[in-house]
Design a protein around this ligand. Structure first.
Ligand code: MN
Length: 190
C-alpha cells in the first residue's frame, strides 16, 4: 500500500495564536510528510507492503514502526485539535470525573504528564480493556494500539510541535493545547 499524507482538517493559520501557521507548515508540511515518504520507501518490497498502518504499528519494529506510528500519531493529533471552540459534553465530563476524581484533576494530570515526559514523545488519554480511562506517556513514536489500548486524545510533545511558538515553555504549550482540544472527536472515539 502506498501511504498518503492525509489532508489537514483546518487551514494552517486557523489555530493561531495557540499554534502558529509557521509551526503547522513545518510540523505538517515537513515532519508529517517526511514520515509518509520514509515509510513508503521502507516498506517497498517487504512483507509490510500490504499491511494497514494499524497492522504496521502492532507488528513492525525499528524504522518501519517509527515512521508508521508517527504517521498515525500525527493524523490523530490533527484530528484531536480544532479551531472551533468545543466543550466536553456533560456525559463526557462525568465519565472523566469518575476516572480522575474531577475534570480539573484530569486536566492537571494530563498537563503534568505532557510537562514531565522526558525527551520526545506523546501523551495520551486512553481507554483500557476494562473500560477505564487512563493517561499514559509514550516516548518517541510510541502508540497505545501496540498495548491493546484505545487512543482517545493525544498531545504531541516533541519539540517540533511547540518550539517555534513556545521555545522551552512546554507547560505553556500543554496548557494552551487544552483550549483547542476537539472534544467532539474525543467523544466519538469513546
Ligand atoms: Mn510531531
Amino acid at each position: 500500500m502506498i501511504f498518503e499524507l492525509p489532508k489537514l482538517p483546518f487551514e494552517n493559520n486557523a489555530l493561531e495564536p495557540i499554534i502558529s501557521a509557521r509551526t503547522i507548515d513545518f510540523h505538517y508540511g515537513k515532519h508529517h510528510r517526511a514520515y509518509v515518504n520514509n515509510l513508503n520507501k521502507l516498506i517497498a518490497g517487504t512483507e509490510f507492503e500490504n499491511f494497514t498502518l494499524e497492522e504496521i504499528i502492532k507488528k513492525a519494529n525499528g524504522g518501519t514502526f517509527n515512521n508508521g506510528a508517527q504517521i498515525w500519531n500525527h493524523t490523530f493529533y490533527w484530528e484531536s485539535i480544532t479551531p472551533d471552540f468545543t466543550k466536553p459534553s456533560d456525559a463526557l465530563i462525568e465519565q472523566i470525573s469518575k476516572n480522575f476524581s474531577s475534570f480539573e484533576a484530569f486536566k492537571e494530570k494530563f498537563i503534568n504528564a505532557a510537562t514531565t515526559l522526558f525527551g520526545s514523545g506523546w501523551v495520551w488519554l486512553v481507554k483500557k480493556q476494562d473500560g477505564k480511562l487512563d493517561i499514559i506517556q509514550e516516548s518517541n513514536a510510541g502508540n497505545p494500539l501496540r498495548n491493546g489500548l484505545i487512543p482517545l486524545l493525544t498531545c504531541d510533545v516533541w519539540e517540533h510541535a511547540y518550539y517555534l511558538d513556545y521555545q522551552n515553555r512546554r507547560p505553556d504549550y500543554a496548557n494552551s493545547f487544552f483550549e483547542i482540544i476537539n472534544w467532539k472527536a474525543v467523544e466519538k472515539r469513546i
